[in-house]
Unconditional design. Structure first.
Length: 125
């Protein structure tokens, strides 16, 4: 009887150690790598989403910059044409050459407006 109990105890201890080994093996061979992969995938997805958001913001900033430049040039042309009409010259049909004072004034305004657009673009407004 003692031999049967001793044999049973050895088998039970062996099965217990085997079960613990399988559990530890599963943890390190299957669970941990899967958890690490999930963590890496989540990290990559978040990085990708941040990059897409940054790209979208940059596209919007470039669009605002281009729109600002376009508005500055439109304002310049409208003002130049207005001065031409004041002098009695139709810009669409004739080459309108304004006096140097007017030219310098419009060129400075255009330059200042474009500089303001660039400053707004750089500051991220």
């Amino acid at each position: 009887m003692a031999l049967d109990a001793d044999k049973f105890l050895k088998i039970a201890v062996g099965l217990g150690i085997l079960t613990a080994g399988v559990g530890v093996g599963y943890h390190y061979v299957i669970y941990v790598p899967a958890a690490d992969r999930a963590k890496v995938e989540r990290s990559e997805r978040l990085a990708s989403e941040r990059e897409e958001a940054a790209d979208q913001i940059n596209r919007e900033r470039r669009e605002r910059y281009n729109s600002c430049i376009s508005d500055a040039e439109e304002n310049y042309n409208r003002g130049w044409n207005s001065d031409c009409k004041t002098l009695g010259i139709d810009k669409r049909r004739d080459d309108c050459i304004l006096p140097e004072f007017n030219v310098n004034s419009w060129n400075k305004l255009l330059k200042d407006d474009k500089a303001k657009c660039l400053e707004e673009f750089k500051s991220g407004i």
